[in-house]
Design a protein around this ligand. Structure first.
Ligand code: BGC
Length: 354
């Protein structure tokens, strides 16, 4: 039985923000706030049953409202990750989106889905329970065409699985790419580096980037490079190699191409992250073609988590299930176009075990 409780979590522009806590029979707890659809904490048992919060975040709403919030736990959209020069062409029309990351558009723009208040409703399904967030993004918001009706459901079950279902529909042709931007530290947030976490990715290719971190368009083999996580390897094992792509990303900040047939969107086991200290293991299943693996290279000791401790470089890693960055301008990448009458549907399952 998964139990749901709700408490106030502050206020923005006269709107009250709620925090929903989903708790299952193993004591695993997931906290979600209605600002940004943010996963504010996941309390997960270690091999001895001890709970720790394994996601980076802030103690209170003010942290998330600060412009220095590096997208902790949020829903990123309408287009997660980068669009080169903020520009794309769809059906012969060129759209200019705001640039908020050097010359690029990043994570939906100046005020993306991570900085919006979502409506919430409690849901239950086959013994799982959670919250469905909904928001209608008006035509033209952050430069995107089409009124986009979006829902994001977080459903926790008694097997320590959190399922995230994304749905969206538009009244005009548009582009969509949604993800959740949780940073993981399976020893507990604030406990230090995740370089000792052992990562496995079902990806024999990745998308190399230019200096501005947007894909060159190439699908490169990982074999023989520090990007080969096809067998379990510590995040830190090769992170200090002078590979040109690691220099650009301050470590890993790259999209990997999941091994699956082109166009296939079944739920596959895409990533496993294991912490040898606590014994916690995160397994990620997704219907998406890619994952942004970001090793937290821009955390610089200026942010303080709920534990009261600061986050330094590599103190958390994000594994963002997604379509590839800049897909609208890369014809060889899987399409992110959504047309009226179609339903954008994406599912990611985050399973925590020991
Ligand atoms: C991006 C990083 C960025 C981080 C926080 C990640 O998804 O790939 O480049 O620094 O989000 O904004």
């Amino acid at each position: 039985m998964v139990e749901i409780s709700r408490e106030p979590f502050g206020e923005i522009e006269g709107r009250l923000i709620d925090r929903y806590t989903l708790a299952n029979r193993h004591g695993l707890r997931v906290e979600v706030i209605t600002y940004g659809g943010i996963i504010r904490a996941i309390w997960a048992p270690d091999r001895n049953g001890q709970l720790a919060n394994v996601t980076l975040g802030f103690a209170d709403l003010a942290g998330y409202l600060d412009q220095n919030d590096p997208y902790f736990g949020c829903i990123a959209g309408r287009y997660a990750n980068r669009i080169a020069n903020g520009r794309f062409t769809l059906d012969g029309e060129t759209y200019q989106l705001p640039t908020n990351d050097g010359s690029n558009h990043l994570h939906g723009g100046v005020r993306g889905f991570d900085k919006r208040v979502w409506d919430a409703e409690e849901i239950s399904e086959d013994g799982a329970a959670g919250v469905r967030l909904a928001r209608v993004s008006p035509d033209g918001e952050e430069g995107y065409p089409g009124t986009l009706s979006t829902t994001v459901s977080y459903l926790l079950d008694d097997d320590n699985q959190l399922r995230i279902d994304y749905r969206a529909e538009s009244d005009r042709p548009t582009i969509v790419n949604l993800t959740n931007h949780t940073y993981w530290n399976l020893s507990g947030e604030g406990s230090g580096s995740v370089e000792d976490h052992v990562l496995q990715l079902a990806a024999s290719r990745y998308t190399p980037v230019d200096d501005s971190l947007t894909p060159t368009g190439e699908l490169a083999q990982v074999q023989g490079t520090p990007f080969d996580f096809t067998t379990p390897t510590a995040i830190g094992a090769r992170i200090r190699e002078g590979h040109p792509q690691l220099l650009i990303g301050r470590g890993y900040d790259h999209n990997v191409v999941l091994d699956r047939a082109p166009g296939e969107a079944t739920l596959i086991e895409a990533a496993t992250l294991r912490d040898p200290d606590s014994g916690r293991v995160l397994t990620i299943w997704t219907t998406e073609p890619g994952i942004q693996f970001y090793s937290g290279g821009y955390l610089d000791g200026t942010l303080v988590g709920p534990s009261g401790r600061t986050y330094r470089q590599g103190d958390g890693a994000a594994l963002e299930t997604q379509h590839f960055p800049d897909s609208p301008s890369q014809p060889a990448f899987p399409s992110t176009v959504l047309r009226p009458g179609e339903v954008y549907a994406s599912t990611t399952v985050l399973a925590l075990a020991t």
